[in-house]
Design a protein around this ligand. Sequence first.
Ligand code: ADP
Length: 320
Amino acid sequence: SSHGLLVSFGEMLIDFVPTVSGVSLADAPAFLKAPGGAPANVAIAVSRLGGHSAFVGKLGDDEFGHMLANILKQNGVNNDGVLFDKSARTALAFVTLRSDGEREFMFYRNPSADMLLTPSELNLELIRKAKIFHYGSISLIVEPCRSAHIRAMEVAKEAGALLSYDPNLRLPLWPSAEEAREKILSIWERADIIKVSDNEVEFLTGCETLNDDAIMSLWHPGLKLLLVTLGEKGCKYYTKDFKGTVDPFKVNTVDTTGAGDAFIGSLLSKLVDNQSVIEDEGRLREVLKFANACGAITTAKKGAIPALPTEEEALKLLRG
Ligand code: ADP
């Protein structure tokens, strides 16, 4: 392929979502299965836009794991780095967005297969081919997947990849807020590109309202691009030379699941072929407009993976 390879590392799981919207988990009459896991969503976002991507992670050798591996394949994502664990099961999540706007999560991780990925199992040959290595999920929390995560980052960086980090903070998964903050910040300075949400800035900095000083306190000397997603308000960008805001697109939003993954995936699908975009504010703003369009489109359909846009859909929204 003439495209650069994006390798996305971490979890892929099944989300069980209530058949009825707005209910709490306890009140759900039944659940539908939806494939999910932020790093897997990002890999699929890139391939759906015509890019070249691979997913690296571990699934259970069970019905759910094989279903997920097939979804990667059907979506054109390279799965040479996907392993099946013989003893543990695929991670499951029960997720709902209540009518009061709160998200509720329950997880099956007991432990789940993704947490058991070891450094020696990594497909290093594949990881070394990455132009961009993207990560960010719960694989930082426990061993052995924490060591596998760190080793994969190191190998990718050594081979010349840009490292892209999205913390995807989901506090219910962490033993404590303090541990989450500490472990997220412990790998902060290795990333070349970081995408955080407004809520994550508030959590990581302790500032109650989003402002430039709070955001800039997350800057580190090796960072090339810091992005803050603002939901329906678009996004902010920071580089060593310039900063700004890119306006959102107005769509009929039904479900915001996957919007952040579509946003970073679509941005990376452009950067993976042309890293110099980061140094040119005009071109960067154009790419971020594209990323905002991809995020917006994803909110107009239910689910994450089914809602991720093609290039044509994104261009259509951009043309207006
Ligand atoms: P996350 O919190 O998962 O990082 P956001 O919900 O902020 O992601 O969404 C990522 C991007 O998707 C936003 O920056 C924006 O461009 C777009 N987006 C999200 N929600 C909406 C919405 N309701 N309307 C239009 N665009 C949206």
